[in-house]
Every structure is written in C-alpha cells, then in structure tokens.
Design a binder for this molecule. Structure first.
Ligand SMILES: CC(C)(COP(=O)(O)OP(=O)(O)OC[C@H]1O[C@@H](n2cnc3c(N)ncnc32)[C@H](O)[C@@H]1OP(=O)(O)O)[C@@H](O)C(=O)NCCC(=O)NCCS
Length: 170
C-alpha cells in the first residue's frame, strides 16, 4: 500500500457520524483510558470535535484512508518541566485494522510533533495485552524504554503498562 493513501487532517463537525460509528466499539475502549466514552454517541463525537477545532496549536487529527475517516490520532503536550514532551494516543476503526494505517499515522504525527511543535520527546503507554499497538509503534521507529508494573487498572483487572518513546534527532 502506498503511504500517500493515509493522511492526517483536521476534524470537522461533519465527521461526527463516522467518528461515532467507528469509536463505539468495546474492542477500542478496552485499550484506552476510561475517560474515552463507551458507548460512544454522536454527542460525544460532536463534543470531541468542538474541542479539537478550538485547539491552538492543533494536537488531534482525523486519520484519513482513501478519502474516508478511519480513526483519530493526537498528541497531549505535557506541562511544566515536561513541556517539550508529548504523549501520543490513537485508535483505528475495526474495519480498517491490519492495513498498516496506525504505523503510518504514528510516523506522520511524530514528524509534525518534532518539526512543527518542536517537541524533543514523544512517548506512549500501551497495556500489556495490546501487541498490535506495540508493533505499530515499533514499525514507526519507537523503542520500548520500560514496563510500569501493575500501573493500569482496567475492566476490574490490573495490567502492566509498556512505555515506548522516540526522540527528536535535531
Ligand atoms: C492498535 C491499533 C491502533 C493498530 O492499528 P492498525 O492500523 O491495525 O495497526 P498496523 O496495521 O499499523 O500494525 C499492526 C501490527 O500488529 C499486528 N497485529 C495485529 N493484531 C495483532 C494481534 N492480535 N496480535 C499480535 N499482532 C497483531 C499486525 O500484524 C501488524 O504487525 P506487522 O506490521 O508486523 O504485521 C488498532 O488495533 C486499534 O485502534 N486498537 C484499539 C485502540 C488502541 O489500541 N489504541 C492504542 C492504545 S496504546
């Protein structure tokens, strides 16, 4: 697949139905923080999109595959002494899994974070069972830097969190 088929773009309110349709999936929620809504309604999508429209600089983007919105990726810029670091977060709608979309989207937003936002470090926290996400990060040049033992409490169970990072080479 050609990487040109995968793009990041700003979210628009007209994306709300497609966003809600794809996000409303327990298999996605199982890999994200509990603050991610489930069930995920069109109202939730509208609220999220409204927040991203106000962002300056932009931190959250729609992932577009062959002209269709297929997921969301974002950077959470940290505060205080961590202001040159950001946490990366992303999800892809289930019909689009296994096409290399996450790996390409991670590369694109990482370039944006380093070139446009002048970040020094981008990192991710992955639940221990999420092998697909770990592979997507590794395929995008991220390295594992450690395991936060029993850091995650999700679905009434305790899990390790695998931390990945990439540094700005410049
Ligand atoms: C994790 C997720 C982003 C991956 O998206 P994707 O576009 O399918 O990922 P990619 O196609 O770029 O890469 C997935 C890799 O994992 C592999 N993979 C997929 N499912 C797997 C599984 N169950 N076990 C092991 N490997 C798996 C693929 O083969 C591929 O590896 P390869 O390139 O070496 O063949 C997507 O499944 C998702 O959105 N999940 C729910 C939300 C989530 O986990 N977000 C990230 C939180 S850290």
């Amino acid at each position: 697949m050609k990487p040109e088929e995968i793009k990041l773009r700003e979210l628009h309110l007209s994306d709300k139905s497609q966003l809600a349709k794809l996000a409303n999936n327990k298999k996605i929620w199982d890999n994200l923080r509990d603050s991610f809504p489930y069930p995920y309604s069109e109202k939730d999508a509208e609220l999220f999109i409204s927040v991203t429209i106000e962002e300056s600089p932009k931190q959250n983007f729609a992932i577009q595959y062959d002209g269709e919105l297929c997921g969301v990726i974002g950077l959470i810029i940290q505060n205080d002494i961590y202001s040159k670091s950001a946490e990366i977060g992303y999800w892809i709608g289930e019909p689009f899994w296994g096409k290399g979309i996450a790996a390409t989207a991670i590369k694109l937003i990482t370039n944006y974070g380093f070139e446009d936002l002048r970040l020094i470090r981008i990192y991710a926290g992955v639940f221990d069972y999420n092998i697909a996400s770990m592979k997507a990060l590794e395929n995008s040049g991220y390295k594992k830097e450690g395991v936060f033992k029993k850091a995650v409490f999700k679905n009434d169970n305790v899990f390790d969190e695998h931390r990945y990072y990439k540094l700005n080479a410049h």
